[in-house]
Design a protein around this ligand. Structure first.
Ligand code: SF4
Length: 204
């Protein structure tokens, strides 16, 4: 028999779901609710820059949770701490060492939040993006699990089981804000440089 694309850890009925944004959360939350798992959304993304962009993404996540009647927790926005966390790695490419530190900071906060709520499992919507390394995300989740203790990381490829396609449908249905770069100032600069080069090529 074919193995299901998504496997709920045995006995799990609730999970602390770290959400990077509303679009990436949408299909995962829907799948969990349809499969007997109650998510509590934890919005913790101090990597996002500038603050205005952070507020837009945060409010979209909150709107999503409220529309479904699920709990939503607002993590702190401490961009300075995030900058310290990735200090010396500013010039790294996406999927490089800066991203790994960025994931670890967010996974540690998610693990602590889960523990404080008495929720055994935590997961992240970061693992739904084709732009990110699943290996890096899993390493960060496992390390957070080890450092915090008494919590478990639900390592899962959330692009599978038709969820990637469903995400794109829900993006339209909810009319979510769809960000154009990963989040930090470095990814923003990379995106802008890419757009500039593309426009220049088209104008030649
Ligand atoms: S590119 Fe994305 S994952 Fe990588 S450091 Fe920036 S915000 Fe974090």
């Amino acid at each position: 028999m074919k193995k299901p694309a998504i496997i709920v850890p045995e006995g799990v009925k609730e999970v602390l779901l770290h959400a990077c944004c509303a679009p990436c959360s949408s299909a995962i939350v829907e799948w969990m609710l349809n499969n007997g798992v109650r998510p509590t959304i934890f919005y913790y993304n101090p990597n996002i820059f500038p603050r205005e962009e952070y507020e837009i993404r945060k409010n979209e996540s909150k709107r999503h949770a409220e529309s479904l009647g699920i709990d939503w927790i607002d993590g702190d926005y401490d961009h300075e701490s995030w900058q310290q966390c990735v200090c010396g790695l500013e010039g790294e490419p996406e999927r490089g060492r800066r991203c790994e530190q960025c994931f670890l900071m967010r996974m540690k906060a998610a693990a602590k939040q889960a523990k404080s709520l008495g929720v055994k499992y935590f997961a992240t919507t970061l693992a739904s993006s084709r732009w990110k390394s699943l290996e890096q995300i899993e390493r960060a989740g496992r390390e957070a699990e080890r450092l915090v203790g008494d919590v478990c990381f639900w390592a899962q490829n959330w692009r599978k089981g038709g969820l990637y396609e469903r995400r794109n449908q829900l993006l339209k249905e909810f009319n979510f804000y769809n960000q154009q770069y990963c989040g930090c100032e470095f990814s923003k600069q990379q995106r802008e440089a890419y757009e500039e080069a593309k426009n220049l090529k088209q104008s030649l």
